[in-house]
Design a protein around this ligand. Structure first.
Ligand SMILES: [Zn+2]
Ligand SMILES: [Zn+2]
Length: 209
């Protein structure tokens, strides 16, 4: 989140900046150049609102004006007149900042394990489809797997599976496919390491048909 504090230097402006810095914002002297990486929280302070303020807003900057409103053409996200108390101004600013600092909502456990299964699917070496699976026990991952040719054989994407490399019609010559399923691999992987999957739950990105 990037906040631009504009307006004459005042004790209020400084107090607002200090408050943001205490919240983890990094202070920047100039609005130029706007950082491309916006994962950080930054606060800029300048007396004049630059004429191209629209581009700052488009770049994601939240515009705050400290002082009497002078530029009616500009729709600031927040205007904090100098007359009000510091506490009142800080409260208004924090009202604006808090929801944006909270970030996206936390995923549910199901979403969490499905996303991890999606990442597992990216490891698949099968040229036909990419599937990932995760075995979970008591909200703990005990094994992961993805589809592809078995351990010790050539990867499917390197010609390891005659069926996948061939142009067999869907549903035919299935017995020729050497690629094992992600679910199968996740369970085999657990067995290989001597981990029990009893009472576990398996998350798979394979769509039910
Ligand atoms: Zn394959
Ligand atoms: Zn295959």
């Amino acid at each position: 989140m990037i906040i631009g504090l504009f307006g004459e230097d005042s004790t209020l402006t400084l107090a607002l900046q200090n408050d943001l810095e205490e919240k983890g914002f990094g202070a920047c002297r100039s609005t130029r150049p706007l950082p491309r990486q916006q994962s950080q929280h930054l606060v800029f302070r300048e007396r004049q609102l630059p004429s191209d303020w629209k581009s700052l807003r488009e770049a994601g900057m939240v515009l705050v004006w400290v002082g009497e409103p002078v530029e009616p053409a500009v729709s600031f996200d927040l205007v904090l007149p100098l007359g009000q108390s510091e506490g009142e101004a800080l409260e208004k600013l924090s009202h604006l900042v808090r929801p944006k600092l909270a970030g996206p909502p936390r995923p549910s456990w199901d979403e969490y394990f499905m996303r991890i299964a999606q990442v597992a699917s990216m490891r698949s070496n099968c040229i036909k489809r990419k599937v990932g699976a995760v075995v979970v026990k008591d909200r703990r991952i005990v094994s992961t797997g993805y589809n592809g040719t078995p351990r010790g054989t050539r990867n499917c994407n390197e010609g390891g599976c005659p069926r996948c490399s061939g142009l067999a019609a869907s549903g035919t010559r299935l017995d020729e496919c050497l690629c094992s399923h992600a679910e199968e691999n996740a369970i085999t992987q657990a067995a290989y390491h001597g981990t029990s999957v009893k009472d576990g739950c398996l998350y798979s990105t394979e769509e039910a048909r």
